[in-house]
Write a protein that binds this ligand. Structure first.
Ligand SMILES: *Cc1c(COP(=O)(O)O)cnc(C)c1O
Length: 465
C-alpha cells in the first residue's frame, strides 16, 4: 500500500461509527420525532457520505470537530426530511386558486367541521333521527338542491372523476357528440378526448375550432348516439369569428332526440361574481336551461375541497349512484364535512364574508393597498427597499383566464441580493413565503395572504434586512 493510501485509511478511521453518532445527545434529541430505525438509516448515510468525501478531499475534514460535523449533518438531514412533507405556506403570489399550492383555501367553518365533526366517528352514513343507516352526503344534496335548483346530486373525488363516471355510465359502448371547439386540456392531464376513450365512449367531433352550429350537432345524431356533451373551455378562450349554440338550444335538441345532455362546467358558480368572471357558468342557470347533468369542481371558484360535484335529473343521478364505479370514486368524510360547511355559507348568503376564495376575488385594490402600506410602514428604514406598485392578481385554477383583478403589489429590492436570492430566502422562511419575481424585483400580493398570516410574513421580511 502506498504511503498516501495508508494516511487516507487512518484518517478514515477518525469518522465516528454509526453507533457512536447514535449515542450523542444530538441524536437522542431526534430519536422521538424521527423514529429509531429511520435515525439509524440517516446516520449510516452521514457516515458513508463523510467517508467518500474524505477519500476525495482528505484535508477537508478537520479531526477535532469530526463528531460535531457528523451530528450537524444528521440534524440537517432530519430537518430537511421533516420539511419535505405537506406544510402550510403563505401564498403571496396573488393567484387565488394556485394549483401547486392546493387550490382553494378553506373557510373557518370548513376547517372546524373537519376537525370537530368528521375526524372521529360521525354520521357519515347514519340517519341520526331514526338510528338507522343513512345516505352519505344527504345534507350536501339538500343544500345543492336549494342552491342550484337540481333535482338530485352526487359527490365524487374530483371533476375529472365526475366526467369519467358520467361518460362511462351514460355513454359506454355508444357515441358522445362534442364540439371541436371544446376538446380542451385542463391542468396538464385532463384532456377531453382521453377521458372519452377511458370511459369507453366513442367521441364524435362536430363543427370546427371556432364555429359549431346546432345543425352540426343534429347531423351527427344516429342510433348509436348516447350523449351530447358540452365542455366549458375554462382556461382558454376563442375570440373573434366564433360561435356555438346556446345551452338552451342544445338542451332542446337533446330532448327532441331523446338523448341526455351533459355539461362539464369546470369551475361553475353558485352565485354571480363580478364582471371579470361573467363567462363562468352559473350552475342554477344551466339546470334551468334544461341541462340534464352538470359537473363542476369543489376546489375552484366554489372555494371548498377537491371534489367533483354532479347535479342533475333524478333518474340520471340514481343511475350514477348505483354504478360500481361510484363506489371507487366517492369522497371521504373529511371532505364531505368541509363541503357541507362551505355550502351552508352560500345558503346563508354570506359567501363573500366567509369563503376565502370568494372574499379574495372581491377584495378591492384600495383595501389591498392599505394593508400593503401598513405592512411596509412597520419595516421602514431597513436595508431592503419596498415600494408599492400597481399590478394584477389572477384567479388561477383554470377559471376566468382573462380576468384581471387590479391589485397593489409590494415590490422588494436589496442593495446586494438579487431577486432570485431574495425569493429563495422568503421560501426558506417558516412558514415559507411564496412570491413572484418580475423585472428583478420580488413581488408580494396581499390579496392571497390572510390577515392573520401578516405577522409571519413580516417576520420573513425582517430576515431579509
Ligand atoms: C378543472 C376542470 C376539470 C378538472 O377538474 P378537477 O376537479 O381538477 O378534476 C374538468 N373539466 C373542466 C371543464 C375543468 O375546468
Amino acid at each position: 500500500m502506498a504511503k498516501s493510501q495508508q494516511a487516507k485509511q487512518s484518517k478514515l478511521r477518525l469518522i465516528p461509527s454509526v453507533d457512536e453518532i447514535l449515542r450523542t445527545s444530538g441524536a437522542n434529541n431526534l430519536r422521538e420525532s424521527i423514529g429509531a430505525k429511520r435515525l439509524t438509516t440517516i446516520a449510516r448515510q452521514v457516515t458513508s457520505e463523510m467517508r467518500s468525501e474524505m477519500r476525495a478531499h482528505p484535508s477537508k475534514i478537520v479531526d477535532s470537530n469530526i463528531m460535531d460535523e457528523a451530528v450537524r449533518r444528521l440534524e440537517e438531514k432530519c430537518r430537511l426530511e421533516k420539511l419535505s412533507g405537506l406544510r402550510h405556506v403563505i401564498n403571496a403570489t396573488g393567484v387565488v386558486l394556485h394549483t401547486n399550492l392546493g387550490r382553494a383555501p378553506l373557510s373557518e367553518d370548513a376547517r372546524k367541521a373537519i376537525v370537530r365533526e368528521a375526524s372521529r366517528y360521525c354520521t357519515l352514513e347514519y340517519d341520526f333521527a331514526s338510528g338507522t343507516r343513512g345516505r352519505r352526503g344527504a345534507r350536501v344534496e339538500a343544500l345543492l338542491q336549494q342552491l342550484t335548483g337540481s333535482e338530485d346530486s352526487l359527490i365524487v373525488n374530483n371533476c375529472a372523476s365526475a366526467a369519467l363516471l358520467i361518460l362511462a355510465v351514460l355513454a359506454r359502448g355508444g357515441e358522445t357528440i362534442v364540439s371541436r371547439g371544446e376538446l380542451v386540456e385542463i391542468g396538464g392531464d385532463f384532456r377531453v378526448p382521453d377521458v372519452m376513450s377511458n370511459s369507453g365512449t366513442v367521441m364524435v367531433e362536430v363543427g370546427t375550432t371556432n364555429r359549431t352550429s346546432l345543425d352540426d350537432y343534429r347531423r351527427a345524431i344516429n342510433s348509436n348516439t348516447r350523449l351530447i356533451m358540452r365542455v366549458h373551455p375554462s382556461n382558454y378562450r376563442v375570440v373573434g369569428f366564433a360561435s356555438t349554440p346556446s345551452t338552451a338550444e342544445l338542451a332542446i335538441l337533446a330532448d327532441e332526440a331523446n338523448l341526455p345532455f351533459y355539461e362539464d362546467a369546470g369551475s361553475g358558480l353558485l352565485e354571480v361574481f363580478n364582471d371579470e368572471l361573467k363567462d363562468e357558468p352559473l350552475i342554477s342557470s344551466l339546470m334551468a336551461q334544461g341541462v340534464d347533468v352538470v359537473s363542476f369542481s369543489g376546489d375552484k371558484l366554489l372555494g371548498a375541497i377537491q371534489a367533483g360535484i354532479i347535479t342533475g335529473k333524478t333518474d340520471i343521478i340514481q343511475k350514477l349512484r348505483r354504478h360500481p364505479l361510484y363506489r371507487a370514486l366517492r369522497i371521504d368524510k373529511l371532505r364531505l364535512a368541509a363541503l357541507e360547511a362551505t355550502l351552508v355559507s352560500y345558503e346563508r348568503g354570506v359567501a363573500r364574508e366567509e369563503i376565502p376564495t370568494v372574499q379574495m376575488i372581491h377584495l378591492s385594490r384600495e383595501k389591498i393597498g392599505r394593508r400593503a402600506q401598513a405592512l411596509i410602514n412597520r419595516l421602514a428604514s431597513r436595508t431592503i427597499a419596498m415600494n408599492l406598485i400597481d399590478g394584477y392578481s389572477t384567479v388561477g385554477g383554470g377559471a376566468g383566464p382573462t380576468a384581471h383583478l387590479p391589485t397593489v403589489l409590494i415590490a422588494i429590492t436589496h442593495p446586494k441580493l438579487s431577486a432570485v436570492q431574495l425569493e429563495t430566502k422568503l421560501r426558506a422562511a417558516l412558514p415559507p413565503v411564496i412570491a413572484r419575481i418580475a423585472d428583478e424585483k420580488v413581488l408580494l400580493d396581499l390579496r392571497t395572504v390572510f390577515p392573520e398570516e401578516e405577522p409571519d410574513l413580516l417576520g420573513a421580511l425582517i430576515q431579509l434586512t
